[in-house]
Design a protein around this ligand. Structure first.
Ligand SMILES: [Zn+2]
Length: 228
């Protein structure tokens, strides 16, 4: 705790005071461009891995970066998503999983959560991921299975996200882009899924115009009605 209190002092003295106009301007309102949905893991900080400044990302984090389907949870997730999309008007939603995710590991071994009933109940929201992995990747185990599960999981959450009415409306209008990312803790890379090639690729190896194309295809976007 002492380290955190020292940090608060250092922030106010060395950071806030030096950029007072930037921080006080933020006090008048927020206009984030993206909603970042990630894991609560202490090693995966959205602002660190994207180098975003305050005010740029609206952030939703929970154990396992889970997005319950619309109607499946009365928790903060659906409200946060609705507010980001409908009130703040974010143009992008990033769902970011990460390598070595303890929540995904626990989801694969639910018997180890006997003494954590709330965690077990929460991870039940990711049952689709568990079944996809156990039924389709039975030849894998250990770290390789976890890596597959992390990737499948983020794609399942992208599907869940689209069941939320606010998201569906903006997708239909073509006003929203969805991104499935994986943060690799051992290399510092961020992998992004592209529907075009059906795989993940490291964004830092791509030119900006190539990196910006790696997103989830919007199949909801309305086709222009044909003229008669
Ligand atoms: Zn995690």
């Amino acid at each position: 705790m002492d380290q955190l209190l020292t940090g608060i002092h250092q922030f106010h003295t060395n950071v806030f005071q030096h950029e007072r106009s930037f921080y006080t301007k933020l006090a008048s309102g927020q206009h984030p461009s993206a909603l970042f949905i990630g894991c609560s893991d202490s090693r995966v900080d959205p602002s660190i891995i994207t180098q975003a400044r305050l005010g740029e990302l609206f952030v939703l984090r929970n154990a396992g970066n889970i997005i319950p389907c619309h109607g499946a949870s009365n928790g903060g997730e659906p409200a946060t998503i609705e507010y980001a999309v409908s009130a703040l008007g974010v143009k992008d939603i990033i769902v970011c999983g990460h390598s070595g995710c303890g929540a995904i590991q626990a989801m694969l071994q639910p018997e180890k959560m006997a003494k954590l009933p709330l965690v077990r109940g929460w991870l039940n929201q990711a049952e689709a991921t568990r079944q996809i992995v156990t039924e389709n990747y039975s030849q894998y185990s250990g770290p390789a299975l976890l890596e597959i599960a992390v990737r499948e999981h983020v794609l399942v959450q992208i599907e869940n996200l689209q069941t939320h009415p606010a998201v569906a409306v903006k997708l239909q209008r073509g006003d929203l882009t969805l991104h499935a990312w994986i943060y690799q803790m051992d290399t510092g890379e961020v992998l992004a899924y592209s529907t075009a090639d059906g795989g993940f690729a490291a964004l830092n190896h791509l030119a900006p115009h190539e990196a910006s194309k790696r997103s989830v295809a919007n199949h909801r976007k309305a086709k222009k009605p044909s003229s008669r």
